[in-house]
Design a binder for this molecule. Sequence first.
Ligand code: 4AD
Ligand code: MG
Length: 474
Amino acid sequence: MLGARGGWQALRGCASLPRAQPAVRLRVREALGAREPAGEVKVQGWVRSVRSQKEVLFLHINDGSSLENLQVVADPSLENRDLTFGSAVEVQGKLVKSPHKMQNMELKAETIRVVGPCDTWSFPLKMKERHPLEYVRQFPHLRCRNNMLGSLLRIRSEATAAIHSFFQDNGYVHIHTPIITSNDCEGAGELFQIEVSWVEKLPETHFFNVPAFLTVSGQLHLEVMAGAFTHVFTFGPTFRAENSQSRRHLAEFYMVEAELSFTESLQDVMQVMEDLFKTATNTVLSKCPRDVELFHKYIAPAQKDRLEQVLKNKFVTISYNEAVEILKQASQTFTFKPEWGCDLQTEHEKYLVKHCGEVPVFVINYPYDLKPFYMRDNEDGPQHTVAAVDLLVPGIGELCGGSLREERLPFLKSRLQRLGLADAYEWYLDLRKFGSVPHGGFGMGFERYLQYILGVDNIKDVIPFPRFPHSCIL
Ligand code: 4AD
Ligand code: MG
């Protein structure tokens, strides 16, 4: 008697009958790192190579979890015409020790299902070809299938996590600063103004009643929070309408920013910059060595040794005054003649870094008139400076910008009044009225950071979807 549930259902519960084990889904990284053989596993991914021999069919598949591909070994009868480079597949079989020295494990396929075929003739990526970064840049919707971009995206993900960990481990509170804002933090007028797409139905007024922009920096909002939390940071997208086609500017980029209350010394801010750089970089190097190695091998061969030296040594510090003297004495002629009071151009930054031995260099105390309203007045006579710092690095130029902030109400008020900004920044002046403390902070361009550690020449190759003048693809 099989009972009320019916025969088949009842039999399924019977311990004496064998039950088909569902295949365990493994990622390529897990399969490659497995210590023991395993039966009935399933791996999903995209075919990176197909090699058909008389007795055996070899596939390499990748699912984005590692630079290395998983080798699949199959009976040639499993081959079909859709099983090509670029196709999406699901392979089921047994994970076995590989006889090849190059890999630990391989997958002995029992079934291969082509989930999504790929038209290899029109697919812009070709099997086993090392496409240059400039070539794959033309295909922002497909380039993540390329090894170099795959590595970059894994490194970017690890670096993001490492930066968050650095701040969290050091007691900083993460703040989501807004993307839409009504202020121009840097005062450089490089703003994207935002409006609704149905603006014709809203003729007289703005959506927010005031002009609104995409943020150029989360600093002012972080300063608000630094009035209640002694250590805060933010890490998000920032936007600049700079009409620059340079290899180190984007219209949309990510910035890491920190603000430290009860800080009277620029040195304290610089120490955080240096610690952040070194800690995050050490983490990235240890978490994705193979991905970093790919860049150091094929893109920037000398970068590995240079980076190791940089991580061991203290960053150099020079003042802006010293920097101008060094530039004036240079045998090189510059397009922009170095003069006290003028901003340092890329050519100057490069020369300074070279002069200091191709290492990161802090330049401190810039002319008062060159810098935004929030920087702290050094009150230092005719060559009037503010407590500002830029961190310059080889090959890139400026990686970080920071300062002590003007915490003294009278100084800030008179500067804002002279700029005609006192009404717009009444709330900012309030911060100096209600429990103001000496504080400072900085911002680091995340793409420039990646460019520097990996030795990538063009900033468009270190962000998944680059935005720059005349280009907003996808
Ligand atoms: O020097 P910046 O303009 O500093 C600020 O925005 C401060 N409010 C930050 C702060 O103190 N909280 O920008 C900081 C960094 C630069 O040093 C540079 O690395 C990067 O942001 N950056 C860019 N990166 C890519 N494309 C651009 N157009 C960039 N502009 C600045
Ligand atoms: Mg700057």
